[in-house]
Design a protein around this ligand. Structure first.
Ligand SMILES: [Zn+2]
Length: 406
């Protein structure tokens, strides 16, 4: 009897072991993701995320944290952000770490501290025949998106960075336009002409994009005459492009049998942090969450082939839920604010600043801070993004789960 029980147990163990190894094969590195999204909320610390959650609850009259699209993801980690020469990073050093896996000095872009060029993972992925899309709500030559296609000893060399965009050959660029379309002295060839000569079709707005979708290489920007970066969510008017639309266009254009890699940046969370503008910051985080939701809908269709990673390059503003004395956060106080401080006159700006104080939104700086930032992930290979990591680990993990050598 005992022998038979032992034999039965052994059979059960064998079945369990087979199932476990099949599960590993299905979820582990044996099944690399085909469709990879890297979302970067510029200046989005855990405090900005918590503030946006608290705001959603406050809008319903509740004291709670209503989850955002990505804060529901099953995998969560923490990433340290220091640069090669400072505990507090700037966006170009952080962008370089996230795109190349190498730390550099603040102000440098896609090069090491000695000025040697580094290769972004977007090139390594593209070299495998996988289409690449680079998306941002700020100008596409700004530090974070630029770190994924350009190299420069200074992030401020906007024109030098911009001309590297068509050289990349990446299939999709979208979002804000260019900071210096004809160079710093306005004496260079118009960058939009350079793009067209480089084989890119330029789409101004969704309508123009729809007419050329799926054809060759596309650069999609705001309508002519509008400011180069996409407007803040709080200032958005009818017809303005938003990050979610650009992410949707990137997916639509890039989707195919070879998969894709999309880097999408919510760039103005950072700008609202620099101006200590609480409500604008909150609405930017919510807008960023909406763009992640577009990717999540795609994940729901292809859950075994999709990986979504959401993180930040650093925190901005030292934003805090609570200030000075008292156990109160009253976010309904910012309800009257209907425009960003950036588009307001000095008097209105001062009024908004008072609303921030009444709400008990705290700020410690108009620069960045050195606190670690959260990492959220879902999908194929997502488990690699749990626990403690450094920002330089993130691109290495992406290549590793995709089965691409560094
Ligand atoms: Zn910044």
């Amino acid at each position: 009897m005992k022998k038979r029980l032992f034999a039965t147990l052994m059979v059960i163990f064998a079945i369990v072991a087979t199932v476990n190894s099949q599960q590993f094969n299905r979820r582990g590195p044996m099944n690399p993701p085909k469709f990879v999204f890297l979302f970067i909320g510029d200046g989005m610390g855990l405090n900005q995320v918590s503030m946006a959650e608290a705001y959603l609850s406050a809008q319903k009259g509740e004291v709670a944290n209503e989850a955002l699209s990505f804060t529901k993801f099953p995998v969560m980690g923490m990433s340290t952000t220091y640069s090669a020469n400072s505990y507090i990073t700037c966006s170009s050093a952080a962008g370089t770490a996230l795109s190349t896996g190498v730390k550099t000095n603040n102000g440098m872009l896609g090069v090491d501290p000695q000025g040697n060029k580094l290769e972004s993972i977007s090139y390594k992925i593209h070299n495998k025949g996988i289409p690449v899309g680079i998306v941002s709500s700020v100008t596409i030559d700004h530090a974070t998106p630029a770190a994924f296609y350009a190299n420069s000893t200074s992030r401020n060399n906007y024109y030098e960075i911009a001309v590297q965009l068509p050289q990349s050959g990446f299939e999709f660029f979208g979002g804000g336009g260019f900071a210096q379309p004809t160079g710093p002295d306005k004496d260079q060839k118009d960058i939009y002409e350079v793009l067209e000569e480089g084989g890119y079709k330029v789409a101004r707005g969704i309508k123009e994009y729809s007419a050329i979708r799926g054809q060759g290489k596309i650069a999609m920007f705001q309508d002519k005459g509008k400011e180069a970066d996409l407007p803040y969510a709080i200032d958005r008017k009818g017809g303005d492009l938003c990050l979610a639309q650009v992410v949707a266009a990137a997916i639509d254009h890039l989707y195919g049998t070879k998969g894709f890699f999309i880097m999408a940046e919510g760039g103005k969370i950072d700008w609202a942090g620099h101006s200590n503008d609480g409500k604008t910051n909150i609405l930017e985080v919510l807008d960023f969450a909406t763009s992640v939701q577009v990717a999540y809908k795609f994940y729901e269709k292809y859950p075994n082939e999709t990986l979504i990673i959401v993180t930040a390059d650093h925190e901005t503003g030292g934003m805090m839920l609570g200030r000075e004395k008292g156990y109160v956060l009253d976010l309904k106080q910012v309800d009257p604010q209907e425009a960003s401080m950036a588009v307001s006159d000095d008097k209105t700006k001062e009024e908004f600043s008072i609303l921030n104080k009444k709400a008990n939104i705290g700020w410690t700086t108009t620069s960045h801070t050195g606190v670690a930032v959260p990492v959220y992930a879902i999908g194929a290979g997502s488990r690699q993004f749990s626990g403690r990591m450094d920002n330089t680990d993130i691109p290495k993990k992406i290549l590793s789960v995709m089965g691409i050598e560094e």
